[in-house]
Structure formats: structure tokens, C-alpha cells
Design a protein around this ligand. Structure first.
Ligand code: 3PG
Length: 393
């Protein structure tokens, strides 16, 4: 796809669709600025190229045509301005024209306030296309949405290109899946098989080792005929798990399931817990983490991998009593990366875990995508990327 290049920008009006949909605290201040940091290169590049720069993003899921103060992007814009180290302007009403000069940055109010954004309304798209000479999509986190600022503009703007972050994300994800160096190990954890089933099915034929965790692993254990007490699982999906196991078996891959677990009677900081073997779980106990033997079992699959994809924790890592499994995993991934493996981490929970266990700066790549990251792993074509690709054809 075509990339944003500095030498074609002088005097141009550039409209950058970024993903500044960041977590906020109770006062509405930015709680985590990873996405903002990753959005800076595009803006800097446009500025250095001599463009007039409009930055557009959504924030949350407000009602169109009825933005409240809480939905406003203004605090995020101010934070971004501080990071950029230059004065930036904030424009509330921007659809009918933005007064801007080369060398200036204007952050536009939450684009999801505009009626027609969600349904990709052609009239709205035309208005936005008239604002700029060049449209840059740099919002990987929103690439799975077919909306006016992610799809329509990519088709209608005079020039439409991919920004550096979008390109970087695609490159990293390709490196982890389609063009991966083997052995390739994917870790898919979390609570429900149903939310990750497409990922499991898509990844199984491509990976050498599939490690499952959390409620997902519990459902696999059910499929193997184990008793799992009152652990979270989805019995309806046992056949789907068997199908995934079959794929892995037929190709000679590995799907190492837990051999010991941490169990408790309830989820809580105060919950008494014990470590037990798989055949020793009482009816009123639930699995909340993998045990130390399982961590040992998984270690070589991580440490010998050349590529590691990590999405989803292995236990209730937020609580001290159930965090060890995820912590050991995080540490193994960091070690493997230090030894030359390429590791990619994505998804809100997983990034939180990587931060808690202090490996966020020790993995090769942290995706800014939540849903977009997952859909990419599912093997889906992301509409915003497809729209740009069609333009270059
Ligand atoms: C995200 O946070 O995953 C993206 O910003 C997309 O947001 P959405 O799910 O509200 O479209």
C-alpha cells in the first residue's frame, strides 16, 4: 500500500485519522498514552514535511449528533499537545471548514459526534474529503471498522495513504503470522472460548504450538474428559475444542494442556487456594491459574520459539494468589525475545499483564489494536486496510 512520505507534503492540507481512543481516569484525564505516543510519528512527519495538519479520532462510543462534555476529545488533545511539545488548536465544529496554515496542528473534536460516521454516510464523507488534499489513515486500532473516517474517506479523498503506525502494525502482524519464522508459538488465553474460537481455528493450522489458558483451557480439559469442578468453561464448545486438537495432532503440532492447576472455592484476593494435579480437583473448586509443573511444561515451547504471539492471560493475574502462571509466561516470553525471538502482544488485558509483570518493554512489539488485533489474528480482512489497498490498485 501507499505510504505517507514527507516530500509530498509541502503546503498540503493533511487529514490524519488516528486512534486516540485512550483509557481515561475518573476525571477524564488520559490514563494510558500508548496510543498517543504511537500516533506522534505521523503528525511529526506531516509537520516536518511542511503540511497543515488536522488530526482526527473517535473517543468512546457516543451518540451521534449528541456529544456530551464527557465524549469530548479535548483533554486527550491537550495531553497530545504536551507530548508533541508545541501549541495545538482544538476545533469543535470542523465539518464546514478548518482554518489552518502549514506548520499548524489542529485536533478535531470526536468524529463519532458526526451524524453518519458509523454508517459511512457518503454526504458526511464528501464534506470531510473537501477539507483536505491528503488523507492519512494511521488508526490501526480502528481498522476493523467500516466507518466514514476509516473507510469512506480512504475511498473519496483526493489522495489516501497509510500512516507510519498503520504500516508498522501490519508489518509486525505479518511477521508474526503469515511470514513468521518457525517454531511459532501462539498463546491464547482469557475467559471464553466463544470469543476466541475463530482465532484458535485460524491459528491452529499456522502455528507449531498452541498454548491455551484461562476458561479456554478449561473447556479443552473438558474435551479431554477431565473433571474441572465449577471452573469457568463452555461445555457447548467441547466439540469445537476437539476439532482444534485434531488439527494440531494431525499436523504433528503441540497443544500442551495444564497438568496441574491452582484452585480455590471462589475468586477473591482473600480466597484460600491450593495447587493440585488435574485429577484431584474437587467438585466445589475452580481452576484460577496453571500450576508450577505446567509452567515448567510450557517453558520450552516458549523459549525455543522463533516467533511468539500472545493474547490473553493464563489465570486471574490481577490477584496475587492466581498470578504466577501468567507471570512465568511473561518472563519466558521476555527471555525468548532477549534470545532473538520475535514476540508480539496485543489486547487490553494482555498488555495490562505485560505491564504488571514488567515485560512491556522486553517484548518485540505491542499492538495498539484491541478488536483490530484480534480480527487480524482471526484472519479477517480489515476494512480500513482493504479500502486503502483498493485505492492503490
Ligand atoms: C478500540 O479501542 O478497540 C478502538 O479504538 C476501536 O473502538 P470501537 O470498538 O469503539 O470501535
Amino acid at each position: 500500500e501507499q505510504l505517507l512520505k514527507e516530500d509530498a507534503l509541502r503546503g498540503k492540507r493533511v487529514f490524519i485519522r488516528a486512534d486516540m481512543n485512550v483509557p481515561r481516569d475518573a476525571e477524564g484525564n488520559v490514563a494510558d498514552d500508548h496510543r498517543l505516543r504511537e500516533s506522534m510519528p505521523a503528525v511529526k512527519m506531516a509537520l516536518e514535511g511542511g503540511a497543515a495538519v488536522m488530526v482526527c479520532s473517535h473517543l468512546g462510543r457516543p451518540k451521534e449528533g449528541a456529544l456530551t462534555e464527557e465524549d469530548s476529545l479535548i483533554k486527550v488533545a491537550e495531553h497530545f499537545g504536551r507530548m508533541l511539545g508545541m501549541p495545538i488548536r482544538f476545533e469543535k465544529d470542523w465539518l464546514n471548514g478548518v482554518d489552518i496554515q502549514p506548520g499548524e496542528v489542529v485536533v478535531l473534536e470526536n468524529c463519532r459526534g458526526n451524524v453518519g460516521e458509523k454508517k459511512n454516510d457518503p454526504e458526511l464523507v464528501a464534506k470531510m474529503a473537501a477539507l483536505c488534499d491528503i488523507y492519512v489513515n494511521d488508526a490501526f486500532g480502528t481498522a476493523h471498522r467500516e466507518q466514514a473516517t476509516t473507510d469512506g474517506l480512504a475511498r473519496e479523498a483526493e489522495v489516501a495513504v497509510a500512516g507510519p503506525l498503520l504500516a508498522k502494525e501490519i508489518h509486525a502482524l505479518k511477521k508474526a503470522v503469515a511470514e513468521a519464522k518457525h517454531p511459532l508459538t501462539a498463546v491464547v488465553g482469557g475467559s471464553k472460548v466463544s470469543t476466541k474460537l475463530t482465532i484458535l481455528k485460524n491459528l491452529a493450522p499456522k502455528v507449531d504450538t498452541l498454548i491455551v489458558g484461562g476458561g479456554i483451557a478449561n473447556t479443552f480439559l473438558l474435551a479431554q474428559g477431565h473433571k474441572i469442578g465449577k471452573s469457568l468453561a463452555e461445555p457447548d464448545l467441547v466439540d469445537e475444542c476437539k476439532a482444534v486438537m485434531k488439527i494440531m495432532e494431525e499436523k504433528g503440532g503441540h497443544l500442551p494442556l495444564p497438568i496441574d492447576v491452582v484452585v480455590a472455592h471462589h475468586i477473591g484476593y482473600d480466597a484460600g487456594f491450593r495447587i493440585c494435579d488435574l485429577d484431584d480437583i474437587e467438585d466445589d473448586e475452580m481452576i484460577l491459574d496453571i500450576g508450577p509443573k505446567t509452567s515448567k511444561l510450557l517453558e520450552p515451547y516458549i523459549k525455543e520459539a522463533k516467533t511468539i504471539i500472545w493474547n490473553g492471560p493464563l489465570g486471574v493475574f490481577e490477584m496475587d494468589n492466581f498470578k504466577e502462571g501468567t507471570r512465568n509466561l511473561a518472563k519466558d516470553i521476555a527471555d525468548a525475545t532477549a534470545n532473538g525471538a520475535f514476540s508480539i502482544v496485543g489486547g487490553g488485558d494482555t498488555i495490562a499483564a505485560a505491564k504488571v509483570f514488567e515485560v512491556a518493554d522486553k517484548v518485540s512489539y505491542i499492538s495498539t489494536g484491541g478488536g483490530a488485533f484480534l480480527e487480524f489474528l482471526e484472519g479477517k480482512t480489515l476494512p480500513a486496510i482493504a479500502a486503502l489497498q483498493e485505492r492503490t490498485k
